[in-house]
Design a protein. Structure first.
Length: 101
């Protein structure tokens, strides 16, 4: 599948809750979605409460449709309860690479 829409998000967990944010993201019940080609979770090496997510989708429409679902809205609401401040989003379309976990 070809990625035509994506982003990189940086979010900050409430103090000491970075592990909870990472767990929630990695256990996301609403993913995988066939249109979500890339979903990577990482964190800052210097601040464990700063969490990064990179997503790549087949289209902006697929991304919007997915996040318009009740399941995804409930997931985002649960995530927001663990965060502080505004998350930062950067336009990014993943092109390829390597991941071995």
């Amino acid at each position: 599948m070809t990625v035509t829409h994506g982003f990189h998000a940086t979010m900050t967990a409430q103090a000491g809750r970075g592990d909870e944010v990472v767990k929630l993201l990695l256990d996301a019940p609403s993913l995988p979605d066939e249109n979500c080609v890339v979903f990577l979770v990482g964190r800052s090496a210097g601040n464990p409460d700063v969490v990064h997510v990179t997503e790549g989708w087949t289209s902006q429409q697929a991304h919007s449709a997915f996040f318009g679902s009740a399941r995804a809205r409930a997931f985002v609401a649960a995530l927001q309860e663990l965060l502080t401040g505004e998350s930062e989003y950067t336009d990014e379309v993943p092109l390829g690479g390597k991941a071995a976990f």
